[in-house]
Design a binder for this molecule. Structure first.
Ligand code: GLU
Length: 423
């Protein structure tokens, strides 16, 4: 996966000149750590989990990136995700490098107390390399604000001082920021809005299908339908639902909360009469004829095996790495534009940056201020990327990488390179 992720880097060097040392530096992670995390389970047994933290590059600032709990977490995946975080923070112009962490675990099988012990154990295992000026974690797949709160508390206990700025995505009452919860979805919507303006789309006629109904997918769906976009389909790990006349996202969310899966929204006695939705498969969802296919689940969802089935006009990546490089080529040949993850899902880390700033200053902003600042960054950086794509006649992904790599290269060069020292 990491080798594939790096192919995106290579595509940029056709368009811009970058010092060789920049390429060497950006081709490897600065530091990768694997630790075992022993957890006492509720039945008294001791279970050892494997935890990862990869700090990819810190030239532009302390490294930043989420911690994911998932059964398929491994070093290759975490390294790829940390590389994408590096590019993402540069694209958004944040003073951060990139990192990512994870634990190989199915968190749905743990009790709440086991989850707390695992989360505190993660911080104990990695405390030496984390910190507000070193490496700042945040939520990712299957981690949330509650877990960030436990982690902040554990770190403060170890450090014997309050350091809320060592982690972001915390609950509001523990130093979290207004708007962090919905930031990824909100940011992606701001990017889509700019894209829609450029293509002179009439929002009320734009149809959307969304893969993934987690933090990013749900908030995106909610905000997009509130704005007037027509959300026709959503999916989760257990299935998908579709309605040609559009879904009521809030109803879908409420029923999912009650039943823990979307299928129950589809048919559950009286609910069936209320919600006239059709149950479809995840593969059907990816192949729906809609204007925008939003990918908000996991990586490697659109691959060379199914890219020819996509019928959407545009793909919006709100997960990290949902389209593979081989699929990119097929989609490009078919004229399907991909608004890439490193731009489209950067709203999460942008508001994480705001949280870090607020924690450091001890002064907290109101929700409208957070939204306005997020909007400004997403509008500005999206338009830079769209302009670069026009200028170089390249894909939006390549344009986003050009933008990010130029900022990274600037920082790496200014620390000194061979040319600099030999003249
Ligand atoms: N996990 C999120 C991402 O992939 C957020 C990272 C952060 O806020 O540091 O962008």
């Amino acid at each position: 996966m990491f080798e594939l992720a790096k192919q995106r880097l290579a595509s940029v060097f056709k368009y811009i000149e970058v010092d060789e040392e920049v390429i060497s530096r950006l081709s490897v992670a600065k530091r990768a750590i694997i630790a075992s995390i022993p957890v006492r389970m509720d039945n008294g047994e001791l279970k050892i989990f494997t935890g990862y933290r990869v700090q990819y590059d810190d030239t532009r600032g302390p490294t930043k990136g989420g911690i994911r709990y998932h059964p398929r977490v491994n070093l290759d995946e975490v390294t790829s995700l940390s590389f994408w975080m590096t590019v993402k923070c540069a694209v958004a112009g944040l003073p951060f490098g990139g990192a990512k962490g994870g634990v190989t675990v199915n968190p749905k099988e743990l009790s709440k107390l086991e989850l707390e012990r695992l989360s505190r154990g993660y911080i104990r295992a990695f405390a030496d390399v984390l910190g507000e000026a070193r490496d700042i974690p945040a939520p990712d797949v299957y981690t949330n604000s509650t877990i960030m709160g436990w982690m902040a508390d554990e770190y403060s206990t170890i450090s014997r001082r309050q350091v809320p700025e060592m982690i972001t995505g915390k609950p509001l009452h523990l130093g979290g920021s207004q708007g962090r919860e919905s930031a990824t979805g909100q940011g992606a919507l701001y990017t889509l809005e700019e894209y829609a303006k450029r293509h002179q789309w009439n929002i009320s006629q734009v149809t959307i299908a969304i893969q993934g109904f987690g933090n990013a997918g749900y908030h995106f769906a909610r905000l997009a339908s509130r704005m007037g976009f027509r959300v026709l389909a959503v999916s989760d790990s257990k299935g998908a639902i579709y309605s040609s006349s559009g879904l009521n996202v809030e109803d879908v969310y409420r029923f999912k909360q009650e039943e823990k899966k979307l299928a129950s929204v589809y048919c559950d006695g009286s609910v069936c009469n209320m919600l006239d939705y059709e149950e479809i498969s995840n593969e059907d969802l990816l192949a729906l004829k809609v204007d925008v296919l939003v990918l908000g689940a996991l990586e490697n969802q659109v691959t060379q095996l199914n890219a020819d089935k996509v019928q959407a006009v545009t793909i919006l990546e709100i997960a990290n790495g949902p389209v593979t490089p081989q699929a990119d080529e097929i989609l490009e040949a078919r004229g399907i534009q991909v608004i890439p993850d490193v731009l489209a899902n950067s709203g999460g880390v942008v508001v994480s940056y705001f949280e870090w700033v607020q924690n450091k200053s001890g002064f907290y902003w109101e929700a409208p201020e957070v939204r306005e600042k997020l909007h400004n960054i997403m509008r500005r950086e999206s338009n830079v990327v769209f302009d670069l794509a026009n200028h170089h006649q390249c894909t939006l992904r390549t344009a986003a990488y050009i933008h990010g790599i130029e900022r990274l290269a600037g920082a790496i060069d200014q620390r000194g390179n061979k040319k600099y020292f030999s003249t």
